[in-house]
Design a protein around this ligand. Structure first.
Ligand SMILES: [Zn+2]
Ligand SMILES: [Zn+2]
Length: 416
């Protein structure tokens, strides 16, 4: 029997499908309120788009891309991330001015599959294009913060750093190279290569030998030019002003070459060591790397598989209300369907018994299939217009007029 490829997943369980839909609709709601509109880009792009933006020396380009040649001999790559595609799309459509986009897309990276990190994984991300104002950094970080809060993650903390721009970065690169060169033998093989191509990435390495060296490394903040310093100060001041908890982390860098100035990560205290749930930064030179006009931008991305695991562990995912309408006899199936249709029109998720099972078997099915509530519909209920509903999670029963049922089950209270 053939199986799905390693590092991919099926969503088959109705409860899991609902968790995905709930998380995606939370993202869409937060974005709509803040004026981000959805962007959808092609699943594959020219390989060069990612090679030029992520950096030839990045792990993504070196080891993780799904690259293939099509029948016409073009080098194509399944997108490993979306920022480069969004910038390309903006430029290709000849947009101008400030635009705010969000995406919910699958990304593909050939890496060792682990819990919450798949070869095909899904990301929610936002991008603000067309401005280098610190206010855009603050609004963007605010959007990620609001989403994570509304998804139910508490104890959030933004860590951030500034890694400078083409004006001041060269001096910082040289300082890093000068610091690391005498220790070259202690570095992992990846970092020995990175030392020449992109020494900032040495600060990001998780290998023990490289980790030990990074505390003594020169810090980017000491090398920022006055424009970058001013930009960063303003971002920090705005985050204070909007009440987003943050801390300065002078060892924070990001794995892709296109980042400039602000880089950040958002962590969630309850997750412990591997606690980053979101990462992003500013990428003011990305557009020029693909041959476009200068276009400043700032964005974040967050992996939804990992977030669902975090939410599952903290047990904060809203339980969707699903009512199973059991019937006392076959004659009651028609009236039960009429009630179900009425409740569905009021926004409730309802299923009715379609087979002719015993009441006991119907209860078993409701329990097994993860319904939150079950109600028994018989001649008494039809005559009285009231239904006794059992909350399967709380193990409690209550009786309500059918006209108020949708409201009571969805909000826990009758409509005023
Ligand atoms: Zn290393
Ligand atoms: Zn600078």
């Amino acid at each position: 029997m053939l199986q799905r490829p390693r590092g991919t997943a099926d969503v088959l369980d109705p409860k899991e499908a609902e968790r995905w839909q709930w998380l995606e609709s939370t993202a869409r709601r937060v974005c709509a309120r803040a004026g981000f509109s959805e962007v959808r880009t092609p699943t594959f792009e020219a390989t060069e788009l990612f090679a030029r933006t992520s950096g030839e020396s990045s792990d993504v380009v070196q080891k993780e891309m799904y690259t293939f040649q099509d029948q016409g001999g073009r080098a194509l790559t399944l997108r490993p991330e979306s920022t480069a595609s969004v910038v390309r799309a903006y430029q290709e459509a000849k947009l101008s001015g400030v635009h705010k986009f969000y995406y919910l897309q699958a990304h593909f990276r050939y890496e060792r599959p682990q819990k919450g990190r798949l070869r095909e994984h899904h990301q929610f991300g936002c991008e603000i294009l067309g401005t280098d104002a610190p206010l855009a950094d603050a609004e963007l970080i605010g959007a990620a913060w609001t989403f994570l809060s509304e998804a139910g993650l508490g104890d959030l903390m933004v860590s951030l750093n500034s890694i400078g721009d083409p004006n001041c970065r060269p001096a910082y690169r040289q300082a890093l190279q000068a610091y690391y060169r005498p220790h070259q033998a202690e570095l992992c093989t990846d970092c020995q290569r990175r030392l020449e191509d992109n020494p900032l990435r040495l600060l990001d390495c998780k290998q023990d030998g490289c980790q030990a060296l990074k505390t003594g490394a020169p810090k980017s903040r000491q090398y920022l030019c006055s424009a970058c310093q001013e930009h960063f100060r303003e971002v920090l001041r705005l985050l204070d002003q909007v009440g987003i908890r943050h801390q300065f982390d002078d060892l924070l860098v990001r794995g892709l070459d296109y980042y400039t100035r602000t880089v950040f990560a958002i962590s969630h205290a309850a997750l412990g060591a591997q606690s980053d749930v979101c990462g992003g930064g500013r990428y003011d030179q990305l557009s020029e790397a693909i041959g476009g006009e200068p276009l400043p931008g700032v964005g974040f991305g967050l992996g939804l598989e990992r977030l669902l695991i975090s939410l599952g562990e903290s047990d904060r995912v809203a339980q969707p209300v699903r009512l199973y309408l059991a019937v006392t006899s076959e004659q009651m199936q028609g009236p039960a369907l009429a009630l179900a249709m009425e409740l569905r029109r009021s926004g409730l998720t309802v299923e009715v018994e379609l087979a002719r099972r015993s009441l006991k078997a119907q209860f078993r099915r409701a329990d097994k299939e993860g319904f939150s509530h079950v109600g028994v519909f018989g001649p008494d209920e039809m005559a009285s217009g009231a239904l006794t509903v059992r909350d399967l999670l709380a193990g409690k029963e209550s009786r309500h007029p059918t006209t108020e049922l949708a409201n009571i089950l969805r909000t826990g209270a009758p409509a005023l």
